[in-house]
Design a binder for this molecule. Structure first.
Ligand SMILES: CC(=O)N[C@H]1[C@@H](OP(=O)(O)OP(=O)(O)OC[C@H]2O[C@@H](n3ccc(=O)[nH]c3=O)[C@H](O)[C@@H]2O)O[C@H](CO)[C@@H](O)[C@@H]1O[C@H](C)C(=O)N[C@@H](C)C(=O)N[C@H](CCC(=O)O)C(=O)O
Ligand SMILES: Nc1ncnc2c1ncn2[C@@H]1O[C@H](COP(=O)(O)OP(=O)(O)OP(=O)(O)O)[C@@H](O)[C@H]1O
Ligand SMILES: N[C@H](CCC[C@H](N)C(=O)O)C(=O)O
Ligand SMILES: [Mg+2]
Length: 489
């Protein structure tokens, strides 16, 4: 595509020369530049992309998009007010507006996004739809997996991914939409058909500062869900009726509303819930019929995720029988309430609970079936919301018998200072402090007896521990199995 053709889509820009090169790729990272690239300069949190414009030119860039004039460049420079906003427009156009031709489902909320997107994927696959998935664990295009750095990548990667999905004949894409992505405009250009809300509880206050602005960021997904009434392309907001914020999201969107819930009357509901340690049975009420279902996942929070996924799929015209077939065989998601079985006579669970609410939910669920003591190995991430640390520690001491505070990706922070923040929430309580996570897991396994449950919280599917600038291999499940095997010797 020629530069000028691309620029016709930018409402406000200035161009410094009359050259009109052919653009063969768009990049925001100078290290990715190829001959023919347009380089977009982003002023980031760590460095300023404008400082890499020269390097981009040397690597073969044929044009630059920037927010300020740049000296000593021989290639055309397009000036815009906001290069991130411009990037979203150009990415969408360059990749042929891929989301206009696919069914796109976005899932937002503090907890349950990864789980809910995977349940939706399972149902859509059961309905023989070819799917793509974007989220915390990976980008998945049919069966092919790619590593990701962010839960919701920036607009350029997003549109490129959707384009690739289209090329591989994906018809249905499901994505997690983080509050950061909403606030930073990463999803500008994404034409969602269905937007799903799981819940809103405390997290990420380092970034959003207040719960009000965190909620506002989540609401943007619904505000951006189209604003016209097209009977052939009805947009649907799937909202949790048991969450207060849903009332506000209803006001923020012109889309059709489909609600789900357990407590408050809703379109899709679970009633007569019966739980065991291995699964859950309930009556599923929907606008197209009522069925008794049994799922392999446990905990009230899992029912919410299933209800959200069922509603999203009903909103996507999937029939109820297919939906039920899929949810009844679904085994859960890696690192989410995942049982670790090394032949031991106590239960070990690896779970991604890294917020106060998720930790409380998971521990409450364990309390319903534990026969002995609960051990809870938990830490809090460095360079993340500090205010959740004492709350998570408090919850661990409240619901478990042997809380073991440890490290979870301390990043640039001193692990002992993170532990101090946790301890501030639990003065006078009984707990253990074992900063080394491997030792903490071993300690729990060595002390657990028949009928006890060990919850290893916070890292779920993660296979690393970030300490300082270094990333070390670390897998909670693997370490737990090693510890169990040691005990068996
Ligand atoms: C705070 C934040 O969102 N940061 C994101 C941001 O990084 P940044 O602003 O530091 O980027 P930077 O390093 O300053 O670079 C600025 C520009 O210079 C360019 N550059 C840089 C170096 C170079 O040699 N050449 C070059 O061209 C970069 O490509 C970039 O365009 O842009 C990066 C590229 O898109 C993101 O990966 C990065 O996310 C970081 C890793 C992050 O931790 N983000 C978290 C806060 C986040 O977004 N989390 C949410 C929610 C998670 C959840 O709850 O599930 C998420 O969606 O992941
Ligand atoms: N609906 C829910 N409500 C509360 N807690 C939940 C819910 N679903 C899952 N959890 C808990 O939250 C943890 C994370 O779940 P999941 O990975 O699905 O959430 P997420 O929203 O994708 O998180 P992230 O923002 O880190 O990507 C789970 O391991 C579980 O402990
Ligand atoms: N998406 C979340 C994941 C947290 C996982 C936990 N293990 C940590 O590192 O804090 C975040 O970046 O806040
Ligand atoms: Mg996630």
């Amino acid at each position: 595509m020629k530069l000028n053709e691309l620029l016709t889509y930018l409402h406000e820009h200035e161009i410094v020369t009359k050259e009109n090169p052919m653009i063969t790729s768009i990049e925001m990272d100078s290290r990715e530049i190829k001959k023919g690239s347009l380089f977009i300069c982003i002023n980031g949190y760590t460095v300023d992309g404008h400082d890499y414009a020269r390097k981009a030119q040397e690597s073969g860039a044929v044009a630059i998009l920037a927010e300020r004039p740049l000296d000593d460049l021989q290639i055309p420079v397009v000036l815009v007010k906001d290069s991130k906003r411009a990037m979203a427009v150009l990415a969408d156009i360059y990749y042929g507006q891929p989301t206009h031709n696919m069914h796109l489902i976005g899932v937002t909320g503090t907890n349950g996004k990864t789980t809910t997107t995977h349940i939706i994927e399972k149902i859509l696959n059961e309905a023989t739809k070819k799917t793509g998935l974007i989220g915390t664990m990976y980008i998945k295009i049919a069966d092919e997996l790619k590593n990701v750095k962010n839960t919701t990548p920036e607009s350029l990667t997003l549109q490129k991914t959707f384009h690739e999905m289209r090329e591989k004949e994906v018809t249905h894409a499901i994505m997690e939409v983080s509050s950061h992505a909403l606030h930073l405009g990463r999803i500008h250009g994404c034409d969602f058909n269905v937007a799903v809300f799981t819940n809103l509880t405390q997290d990420h206050l380092d970034y959003h500062k207040t719960m009000e602005s965190y909620k506002y960021a989540k609401g943007l997904l619904f505000a951006q869900l189209g604003n016209r009434f097209d009977h052939e392309d009805v947009k649907i907001a799937v909202l949790n009726a048991d969450e207060e914020a849903s009332e506000e999201f209803i006001k923020m969107t012109a889309a059709k509303i489909l609600t789900y819930g357990i407590e408050t009357s809703a379109d899709v509901m679970a009633k007569e819930i019966k739980m065991t340690s291995k699964g859950t049975e309930f009556d599923l009420f929907t606008p197209v019929g009522t069925k008794k279902v049994t799922i392999n996942m446990v905990g009230k929070f899992s029912i919410y995720n299933v209800l959200a996924a069922v509603s999203a799929c009903l909103a996507s015209s999937i029939d109820l029988d297919t939906i039920i077939q899929a949810i009844e065989v679904m085994e859960g998601v890696r690192g989410r309430f995942e049982l670790v079985d090394g032949g031991q006579d106590f239960t070990v669970i690896v779970d991604y609970a890294h917020t106060p609410d998720s930790l409380e939910n998971v521990l409450q669920t364990i309390k319903q079936f534990v026969e002995g003591k609960i051990f809870c190995v938990v830490g809090c991430g460095g360079d993340r919301d500090r205010t959740k640390r004492p709350l998570m520690a408090r919850i661990a001491t409240e619901y478990s018998d042997e809380p073991i505070f440890t490290s979870d990706n301390p990043r640039s922070e001193d692990p002992s200072m993170i532990l101090k923040d946790m301890e501030a929430g639990v003065s006078g309580e009984h707990y253990h402090l074992i900063s080394n996570r491997e030792k903490a897991i071993h300690f729990a396994v060595e002390h657990a007896k028949k009928g006890d449950v060990i919850l290893i919280a916070g890292k779920g599917h993660e296979t690393y521990q970030i300490i300082g600038n270094e990333t070390f291999d670390f897998d909670d499940k693997e370490i737990a199995l090693k510890a169990i095997n040691n005990q068996n010797k």
